[in-house]
Design a protein around this ligand. Structure first.
Ligand code: AMP
Ligand code: MG
Length: 280
């Protein structure tokens, strides 16, 4: 059984069916060992992705405050070559961003071929926070699920491998993490009264997440529910999904890289041969 739960396209995602506490019976040490192995493989695959330049990867991270989006980025991307990684965080839209369609700021920063892109929050905020706080009318946010699917289909058609992860924590775990931040003066900079305020809308967020996961899990851009109460398991589950999916592309990348190697070697041989010939 994979550690993460793929949301089957067309099926209703029910978050209550998945325990945020899951650890598949592993202990932390074993989990960390498995994670290290997967990470080493991810490292190799990133090099191939980059060199082959045929695809881009887009990992979308969503989750409630304190669900570990930043921590996942730090741990899972730790060994990757920063030259090929692009991390984008999406905050409250600026005036300029709001004066455009909601995908404008997103499309501009999608990863180019060869790049490993990560979205820390994403266009999904436009059917999450925006829906929960009624920042636009219902007609407007309702139309967005299909618009998102079309947008992601466009990205996929031009070679983007899209992987979407919902970091699933429990309400209790969130409270624990928020309180921990308060106790540790060195972490207090992370605090925000807004986090407590948003917490009050927990149920509305869960409903909005279930809809987003249900309507926007597609074959080309599936959603994965990641049990995230245990940080080490969350990291393991995210890297397993990534490695699993990217493995499916390795043959294509190897073919491209082999062809590139042959072409480069031939070029070099021809160059050497041209040096050996007497100049006319
Ligand atoms: P953080 O991730 O803690 O830095 O917070 C970013 C904040 O920006 C969160 O409260 C998000 O809900 C908010 N945000 C991100 N995208 C949007 C959006 N499209 N509309 C409104 N708020 C957003
Ligand atoms: Mg926050």
């Amino acid at each position: 059984m994979p550690y993460a739960h793929k949301v089957t396209p067309g099926k209703k995602a029910k978050l209550g069916d998945y325990s945020p506490n899951a650890d598949d019976g592993l202990n932390k040490d074993e989990g960390k060992k498995r994670f290290a192995k997967l990470n080493a493989e991810l490292d190799l695959m990133q090099e191939e992705l980059y060199a082959a330049g045929k695809h881009s990867v887009l990992l979308v991270l969503q989750g409630m405050d304190t669900s570990g989006k930043d921590g996942t980025i730090r741990s899972v991307l730790l060994n990757l070559n920063p030259q090929g990684v692009r991390v984008e965080s999406f905050k409250v839209p600026t005036e300029e961003e709001l004066a455009h369609d909601f995908l404008w700021r997103i499309h501009k920063v999608t990863p180019r071929k060869g790049e490993f892109g990560v979205f820390n929050r994403s266009h999904y905020e436009d059917v999450l926070v925006v829906r929960v706080h009624e920042l636009v009318s219902k007609d407007v946010w309702k139309a967005r699920y299909e618009q998102i699917n079309q947008f992601e289909a466009l990205l996929a058609a031009s070679g983007t491998i899209i992987i979407k992860a919902f970091l699933h924590i429990s309400q209790d775990e969130q409270e624990k993490r928020l309180l921990e931040r308060e106790q540790d003066v060195t972490k207090a900079w992370k605090l925000s009264a807004g986090d407590w305020r948003e917490r009050g809308y927990w149920d509305a967020y869960m409903e909005a997440y279930e809809d987003a996961l249900t309507r926007c899990s597609t074959d080309i851009a599936p959603w994965y529910i990641i049990p995230a109460n245990k940080k080490w398991f969350r990291n393991l589950a995210v890297s397993e999904v990534l490695v699993d999916i990217l493995r499916g592309y390795r043959d294509t990348w190897h073919e491209t890289l082999d062809a590139m190697s042959k072409a480069r070697l031939t070029e070099l041989q021809e160059y050497r041969a041209s040096l050996a010939k007497p100049a006319k």
